[in-house]
Design a protein around this ligand. Structure first.
Ligand code: ADP
Length: 254
């Protein structure tokens, strides 16, 4: 230990921990919201099981309760899948590698998976991106983003509606536009819908199998790609238009 008379000065270190503090706060809020979202379907499942155990219902009634139990298990599954995806985006973002990717093919893959849902409401999905359109992006991350946007465009659409996907280069950025002919997003909600678990209409979202996390996943994907996203009313009529802009790395520097 140095004698005090030999001490000539002090060094005081300040560390700004605001970012870390805010991150921890966000995580705490997220865990609390997620627990709440898990509890609702669990309580419903428990309620139906107890009713079934306590009473002698007809076969039809039992079936009706079992279907409700199944749909709430599906809901739990959807929430867990979305929480896992969000966690992956936050903690393992370096896993997503930028490489030359065929945009049209990625979008076609998503459309293929979502076709049955679109067919139920007779919704047309129009992918206007050119066949050989390639840019340097993380393909799996871009797929997560596109899947969620098209999924929403179908979910919040109306019978015989459409979903249109357009992509083009604007200077050094790739601009993706996903528009639909659905219920649209009221302007007062445009900023809020990207927050975790935020829904404009909770019961409509639940009825459509929504979790309130789709657009947070989209927003996070966009942030990892250093881009931005916005929503407006669809200028072609009813519905909404989501515009994503992603700066593109030069193919040569890949
Ligand atoms: P959800 O799982 O509820 O769809 P999201 O995070 O994907 O959650 O979206 C948040 C909310 O934004 C939705 O509940 C819905 O109210 C609104 N929304 C998202 N996409 C659309 C769309 N294409 N048209 C109308 N409303 C939308």
């Amino acid at each position: 230990c140095i004698p005090l008379e030999e001490v000539h000065g002090w060094i005081i270190l300040f560390e700004n921990v605001t970012e870390e503090f805010n991150l921890q706060k966000l995580k705490r809020e997220f865990i609390s919201n997620a627990s709440h979202e898990f509890k609702t379907p669990l309580a419903i499942i428990k309620g139906y099981i107890e009713t079934l155990l306590d009473n002698n219902f007809s076969y039809e009634k039992q079936n009706e309760f079992l279907l409700k139990i199944r749909s709430n298990i599906d809901r739990l599954n959807n929430i867990i899948d979305d929480v896992i995806t969000l966690n992956k985006l936050e903690d393992y973002k370096d896993l997503f590698v930028f490489r030359l990717s065929n945009i049209k093919m990625i979008i076609d893959n998503c459309v293929e998976i979502l076709k049955p849902a679109a067919k139920k409401q007779n919704i047309r999905i129009i992918n206007e991106i050119e066949d050989n359109f390639e840019i340097v992006i993380p393909p799996d991350l871009f797929e997560i983003l596109v899947y969620n946007l098209i999924d929403n465009a179908i979910k919040y659409n109306e019978e015989n509606g459409y979903v249109k996907i357009i992509g083009r280069m604007i200077e050094n950025a790739f601009e993706l536009r996903v528009s639909d002919s659905g219920v649209g997003v009221p302007p007062s909600e445009h900023d809020k819908i990207f927050q975790r678990f935020y829904t404009v209409n909770k019961s409509r979202s639940r009825e459509k199998g929504g979790t309130g996390l789709g657009l947070s996943i989209v927003k996070h994907s966009v942030i990892i790609m250093k881009g931005n996203i916005s929503v407006t009313n669809n200028p072609e009529g009813k519905g909404s238009l989501f515009t994503v802009s992603i700066p593109v790395i030069d193919n040569e520097k890949e």
